[in-house]
Ligand binder design. Structure first.
Ligand SMILES: [Zn+2]
Length: 437
């Protein structure tokens, strides 16, 4: 008998965690963190016979892993791709630096998790116990990202095969190729699918790139600064690659990159061989200035230039400093390239043209932005149509469970799969368990 338990990421984006148990083997897929809402961390789990498998580096999948370290003498093994291991190292250390004493773990726990993280290649079948195997499959989300296949052999009434998509993208981006079809995986008994954009249809990627490049050029030609607040892991590098692809249009204008996006870009350069857009990213970086100090920052603002800086939703980071500097300049623009969750400064800026900035001493100040503000959909998640197309190709007659989305998105996807294709589908709730066979 195989039991699957949903520990987090249920009807929410954040704190993803799913546990598969078979006899003595326990496989934990992701252990993330959420930055808002009541369910910040997944449910706790015993570390006895536990093996963790990490889909990708984003903290909503990796940020609670250090909670699994600690008093027990035998550290738990964590499997992921080599690039995700390197990126997770960077992100967990940054989380420690920013969160400090407010975090429920310390440097020691982070070090223990990192020291026991082992790299797997895509499609390499790793034995976890006598009968349990895991395989990472390219998920097309960001460089290094993976979906996870758990196979349990000879499971009483037959083998059980479980596929967890993690964050999934089936269309090509500049950085990574879309995930391969589910058909290639063979018959499945359970599919756990992300639902982030289950209520949305994304525009065509080429159209988004085109309007984005036009907006960039408009600003540069009017001698303004283009500020691109971008998530440090994935989106910043995607934007660099998009700019490089259209470089013939903007050859003379400098591009600067600042904040965490610098270190992440350097890690991705080291692993450029491991993802399709790696070579293009390498070439793009040759034209990019990495901001090192205040003098570089001043220089970036002195001339018409493109500045890429986290945080993507303007919750902090170097993007805010640049925004303060250009806020009064009507020639400049702020191009938002990631989802702006409701309640974030980025969403507020987009809706009202101003945002509230909180400083460390607790004071807050409203910043009115005269520069043009625009948003572009560079999503690296499947949308409604892509989710349905992906799941429609599945072999076997698996149960489908939706997670990693707001409640209405998770429920909508489950209901549609049931009505359209006759799948036994439902949206997971936190703490819920399913038994296979
Ligand atoms: Zn992600």
């Amino acid at each position: 008998m195989t039991k699957v338990r949903f520990l987090g990421g249920c009807q929410q984006v954040g704190a993803s965690a799913v546990l598969v148990e078979h006899q003595d083997a326990r496989v934990l897929m992701d252990y993330g963190v959420a930055f808002k809402g009541e369910h910040r961390t997944p449910l706790p789990t015993s570390t006895r016979n536990l093996t963790a498998v990490l889909s990708h580096a984003h903290l909503d999948h990796s940020g609670s892993l250090p909670l699994l370290a600690g008093s027990h003498t035998q550290p738990i093994p964590v499997y992921t791709t080599a690039l995700t291991r390197a990126l997770t190292r960077l992100l967990l250390k940054d989380m420690l630096r920013i969160g400090g004493e407010t975090l429920p773990f310390e440097q020691q726990e982070v070090a223990q998790i990192l020291s026991n993280t082992r790299a797997l290649s895509y499609n390499q079948r790793q034995q976890i116990s006598n009968k349990v195997f895991v395989t990472l499959r390219d998920a097309g989300h960001i460089p290094g990202s993976a979906s996870i296949l758990v196979e349990i052999e000879g499971n009483g009434t037959g083998p059980a095969r479980i596929f967890y998509t993690g964050d999934l993208n089936t269309r090509n981006s500049q950085l990574v190729q879309g995930a391969p079809s589910l058909r290639e995986i063979g018959e499945l008994d359970l599919v756990i699918v992300e639902s982030t954009y289950a209520l949305t249809e994304h525009p065509k990627r080429e159209d988004v790139e085109q309007t984005f490049i036009e907006a960039v050029l408009d600003t540069l030609e009017s001698k303004g600064t283009v500020l691109i607040p971008a998530f440090a892991v994935g989106r910043a590098q995607e934007v660099l690659s998009v700019l490089h692809k259209h470089r013939s249009l903007s050859t003379d204008y400098p591009i600067y990159i600042d904040g965490m996006a610098k270190a992440v870009t350097k890690v991705m350069q080291r692993y450029a061989h491991s993802f399709t857009g790696g070579t293009q990213l390498q070439q793009a970086v040759e034209y990019v200035s990495f901001v090192r100090n205040a003098a570089d920052r001043r220089q970036a603002l002195r001339e018409p230039a493109i500045i890429i800086a986290p945080a993507g939703m303007l919750k902090g980071g170097s993007a805010l400093n640049y925004l303060r500097a250009i806020a009064d300049d009507k020639r400049s623009s702020v191009l938002l390239v990631g989802k702006q969750l409701a309640g974030t400064p980025g969403a507020e800026l987009l809706e009202t043209g101003s945002l509230l900035i909180h400083s460390k001493d607790g004071a807050s100040q409203r910043l009115h932005v005269q520069s043009e503000v625009k948003a572009f959909n560079f999503s690296c998640h499947i949308d409604r149509g892509e989710a349905l197309a992906f799941l429609h190709r599945v072999k076997g007659n698996p149960k489908i469970v939706t997670m990693h989305g707001e409640a209405d998105a998770c429920n909508y996807l489950a209901e549609t799969l049931q009505e359209k294709f006759g799948f036994n589908a439902e949206a997971a709730t936190k703490g819920q368990s399913f038994t296979l066979n």
